[in-house]
Design a protein around this ligand. Structure first.
Ligand SMILES: [Zn+2]
Length: 449
């Protein structure tokens, strides 16, 4: 990141090879053989210059924490997970990406059997569930409440499984300084210059940490936060639509949701509603219909979108922020676990676009793969890791998926390399057509601005 002038020489913009000058954060000149002046020169050698990509749904602190966590995906079975946990440094051990289909049911007893000595917490790969061993439960005992978010055994003792408990757990856990610069470096290598953090209910301390990282250049500038609290925010972050996390096993009533959305709208803020089931989507659409939508309202995930709600979605004008790469990483589980009715409308994409509903792809990292080029391939291929096809008619071409990453807000206009546009750009090593033919982050050379 720099504020000095940069001259990109011989880059491909909309199929034409030109020079592009970026100065003080904006594109100031585009043409053949521009004079260098005092600018730093970047030789494009015919590689495409794109606006920097925007990942519209990810979780920055969780990505940083993932870098310092045991990855359960590397374990072949529970005993090898025990080995990974034993080898982890620190007093508390944090593990992520637990897949019950691969490693079996996990509770405190099962976890104690492989990791008895230190406090260990293991996150289910959905992000919705933490599983703690007995040592860890002892440390957080004072924040365990009487809600059914705390699973209990027949004797009423917590079994270690805590649902949607991040906010409450944080009060009892040691503070870890997340390595946000490592996240920023990874984003840059992927061509991402803008992000929307979708973590709900961020506290002011976390907002301050993110803002500092954005202003020092460790993270992209002007982070958009769906979980930002109301009121003034520090320089470096802006509030996005307010994230509403509906609990799928305990949905709010229609009236409660209407009140929540309309109270948020009254503050001038749109909503971003987490909808991973048919029921939560139908409830959300009914509520939005009653309170009338506000520009910027969006549906997060849209995991199950039945055809009969398309006219409704189109009329409301709300965007769907989808994650097609889950079809690759979780597709084999979906085929086993999801009902035929839901499978028929799982992560639709092409049909939503055809119906005039704004859709854009995103990562949901660290719960999904951060690499946008992998996401673009998955939206095109719609195949599980095991090779099974999932709704092949919903395949969307690489260009259309990339366009979603080039919008500033989901469903908004695609950003372009034009004079007067912001100067955060991504340079590829190849022309755009080559990238779109077989998208790969290996073909991203750098981001600037
Ligand atoms: Zn998310």
């Amino acid at each position: 990141m720099t504020d000095g002038a940069i001259l990109f020489q011989d880059v491909e913009v909309d199929g034409v090879r030109v020079d592009v000058r970026v100065d003080a954060g904006a594109i100031t000149e585009i043409g053949a053989e521009l004079s260098v002046g005092a600018a730093e020169v970047v030789e494009g050698r015919g590689g495409a210059l794109l606006p920097g990509l925007h990942d519209h749904h990810l979780h920055l602190m969780a990505i940083a924490a993932a870098y310092a966590s045991v990855n359960c995906g590397l374990a072949a079975d529970l005993s090898s997970l025990g080995g990974l946990l034993a080898a982890a440094p620190g007093i508390w051990v944090r593990a992520i990406g637990y897949d019950e289909a691969a490693l079996g049911y996990l509770d405190r007893t099962a976890l104690d059997a492989i990791a008895p000595d230190r406090p260990v917490r293991v996150q289910h790969r959905s992000g919705a569930l933490w599983i703690l061993n007995s040592e860890a439960l002892r440390e957080v005992e004072h924040v365990l409440d009487a809600t059914d978010d705390v699973e209990r055994d027949d004797a009423g003792r917590p079994n270690g499984r805590l649902w949607r408990y991040d906010d409450r757990l944080r009060l009892a856990l040691p503070v870890i300084e997340p390595d946000l610069a490592a996240v920023g470096t990874r984003l840059a290598a992927l061509g991402i210059t803008r992000v929307t953090d979708a973590t709900p209910n961020l506290d002011l301390g976390t907002v301050a940490v993110l803002a500092r990282a954005a202003t020092t250049g460790a993270l992209p500038r002007n982070l958009r936060l769906l979980g930002a609290p109301e009121g003034e925010l520090p320089t470096g972050v802006v509030a996005g639509p307010r994230k509403l996390l509906l609990r799928d096993h305990n949905l709010p009533s229609y009236d409660e949701l209407c009140d929540l959305i309309s109270a948020t709208h009254d503050l001038g803020r749109a909503v971003a509603v987490h909808c991973v089931t048919r029921e939560s989507l139908l409830l959300t659409l009914a509520a939005l219909e009653r309170v009338s939508p506000l520009a910027g309202d969006r549906i997060e995930h849209g995991s199950v979108v039945p055809r009969d709600v398309y006219p409704h979605l189109a009329r409301l004008g709300v965007a769907v922020v989808t994650q097609p790469d889950f079809l690759r990483t979780r597709g084999d589980d979906y085929l086993r676990e999801v009902t035929a009715d839901d499978l028929a409308c799982l992560y639709p994409y092409a049909s939503l676009l055809d119906a005039g509903i704004p859709v854009c792809a995103s990562s949901d990292a660290p719960f999904g793969e951060l690499d946008p080029w992998t996401v673009i391939r998955s939206a095109r291929d719609r195949r599980s890791v095991g090779g099974a096809a999932l709704g092949p008619s919903e395949s969307v071409g690489a260009r259309a998926v990339l366009d979603g990453y080039l919008t500033d807000v989901p469903g908004g206009p695609r950003r372009a390399i034009q004079v007067g546009m912001p100067g955060d750009v991504a340079l590829l090593t190849v022309p755009l057509a080559t990238m779109l033919a077989e998208p790969s982050s290996d073909l991203v050379r750098a981001v600037r601005g």
